[in-house]
Design a protein around this ligand. Sequence first.
Ligand SMILES: Cc1cc2nc3c(=O)[nH]c(=O)nc-3n(C[C@H](O)[C@H](O)[C@H](O)COP(=O)(O)OP(=O)(O)OC[C@H]3O[C@@H](n4cnc5c(N)ncnc54)[C@H](O)[C@@H]3O)c2cc1C
Length: 420
Amino acid sequence: MRFDTIIIGGGLSSLVCGIRLQDRGQKCLIVSAGQNALHFSSGAFGLLGRLPDGTVVGEPLKAIGMLPEDHPYSKIGTEKIEAYCKEVPGFFSSCGIDLHPAFTECDVPRNGFRITPLGTLKPAWLAMKDTELLKSREESLGKKALIVNFAGFLDFNTRFIAEGLEKRGTECRIEILKIKDVENLRKNPSEMRSVGIARVMSREENWKSVGNQVREMISGEDLVILPEVFGLDDAVITDWLKEMIPAKTLFIGTMPPSVPGIRAQMRLKKTFEKKGGMFLAGDTALGPVFEGSHVASVRTANLGLLPLEADNFVLASGNLFGKGIDVVPGTVREPVFGLDTVCPAEMNDWCDKDFYAKQNYAGFGVATDKMMRALKGGEVISNLFVAGSEVAGCNSLQEGSGAGVAIMTALYVADNILSD
Ligand SMILES: Cc1cc2nc3c(=O)[nH]c(=O)nc-3n(C[C@H](O)[C@H](O)[C@H](O)COP(=O)(O)OP(=O)(O)OC[C@H]3O[C@@H](n4cnc5c(N)ncnc54)[C@H](O)[C@@H]3O)c2cc1C
């Protein structure tokens, strides 16, 4: 089988890259082994929240010039990133993913703040429509909040959220919802997760019952907070709840798995397939054939000896989390192509015993040239590009740049392939 481009990995970067390439007339294949980081994400996109030295960033574009030259943003350049930032809201909206209006109209990207499941604030650039984004730390959410949870749902910690809000001057009251179908989920603890509840909440009688119960519970509150678990693929539900509840209604992301993240991944995948792309789910790329400094084909675990050929390949298989990079004693390796990786020389420097300190392992990645083509033995592989969290040079966990790096590198790689 032959394609214009074969992309390895089914996460945010591979889907954005694949949609861009299909849009411009290419025939693409995505090979995706399994779960990706979107399934765990908050529903908000970080572009750049901190510099590597810890300095807090308010306007990401102004800070890009201060990043080291091997950072993916430095390779792409401020001008291109600015142009991509302007495209992103339209891109996601064309995939059926509406973004929170707080920053979509801004000419220059600015950091706002999302509310974490622990009730704290974290810098974010954009967020999905129902994920609340504050313009500043000082912005008040309301005077009195009613925080509502499902009985027995432990991944939405109402006490933490209340503590976080009370510190910011909002008086809080907590109430519990009882819905028969959710009660049934409690019989099996593995079902009592956000995705299980979202499935149950897709039934009209259930979300209508939530709306009616919350209406009854309100007693002078100007703010209602609910867990973000309403329907895996249906925006109607949250719109209806917001209209029905007589107070400002916010949905706060739960502990993983993430319903907004899964919803976004499903819509991106659907868009890619609608544009003619082929998505091989649950399969793993392996066994590349090189012709000099060029990749001729790969195989997959499920298709056996059948070679998958393409003009270009994109490796978007994630960092340690996605298993695009793995660690064998003393070495960090990229398992599919055996590419050059970047990590501190001393193993002692790979992680810090202080859990909250900067963790260097979160920045392990594949070495690339300026066009984000992979290096192997110091040589550029001319038709193998790297996108997303697998690109070396940034620690997106520490920088708060995860989704930003995934999106910007994906668009950059697609444009480099198209201009070739
Ligand atoms: C738990 C978690 C939560 C996060 N939350 C946020 C957030 O709230 N906001 C934010 O801005 N950023 C967040 N990030 C960071 C950001 O979301 C990720 O950096 C970004 O989504 C990474 O996308 P990716 O496509 O590069 O890789 P991934 O999402 O990791 O996807 C890699 C994919 O490649 C597949 N794969 C691996 N090897 C192979 C192979 N050989 N063959 C085929 N497929 C393969 C994997 O199965 C996986 O599907 C989070 C990251 C993590 C880990």
